[in-house]
Design a protein around this ligand. Sequence first.
Ligand code: 13P
Length: 255
Amino acid sequence: MNRRYRKTVIAGNWKMNKNAADAKSFISELKSSVRGKWCEVVLCVPFTAIPAAVKTAKGSRIDIGAQNCHFAPEGAYTGEISCAMLAEAGVKYVVIGHSERRRDFGESDRTVNLKAHAALDAGLRPIICVGESAEMRETGITLDVIRAQVKSALKDITADRVRRTVIAYEPIWAIGTGDTATAEQADEVNRAIRECLRQLYGARVARSISILYGGSVTPKNAYELFAMPDIDGGLVGGASLDRAAFEEIINAADQ
Ligand code: 13P
C-alpha cells in the first residue's frame, strides 16, 4: 500500500450470508474497534440487511456496500435493484463483476462496464472485480486477461470519474479455496493494473486509485499482502464473516 497517494480500503463481502439482525450486532461491535483507524472500512452486505447496516453504521468509519446492482436507472427488470435505489438506502460502494456473478449470472465485461457507469452516475463508488482462472494462469496469459478486463470495465469512464472507482484483483482459483496468491503474485498483477490505468489516464490518476487483492485473505496472510507497494487493501470474503478475524485484517492494513 502507499498511504501517500491513495486510500487503503478493507471491504468485507458477506456474499449470501447473515441477516439484518446479524448485521446490526456485527456492526455495533465493529464500530468501536475501528474508531481512530485511518483505512476505509466497507461492509458489502446482502440487500435485505442494508437498512439495518446503514442505520447501525451511521456516524462511524464504516461504509456500507452492496454486492450487485442493475445498470439501468429504472424499468421493467423484475427482481433487480438500481444504483439510485442503493444510494437512497445509504449505500456508498457496490461490488461489480464479482467472479461468482460472472460465472453464475452471465455477467460479462460489457455488463460490468454498464454497471460501473450506472454506479458512478448514482454517486456510488464501484468496486470492480477482475481475475483469471487457474487454467489462464497455467497458460501464462494472466496479465493479458487482466488488462483486457480492466480496459473493458473502464470503457468511456472519464479521468475525473475513474478516481471514484476501486479495483479488486481476485484470482478465481484463490476465492474460497484457502489457496491465497503469494504477495508477489498479487502485487505483480496489481502493478500491471496500475500500469494499465497509467496508459489510460496518466500517472497522477493511476497512483490515486486503490487496487485491492481478494481471495482467501486471512489475518495470517494480510500483513504480508498489504506490505506490498501496489496492494491497497483487501476484498475479504469468508474472513469478513468473523468479527475478530475481520478486525485483525483491518489492523494489518492500519500499519
Ligand atoms: P474469500 O475471502 O472467502 O476467498 O472470498 C473472496 C471474495 O470473493 C471476496 O469478494
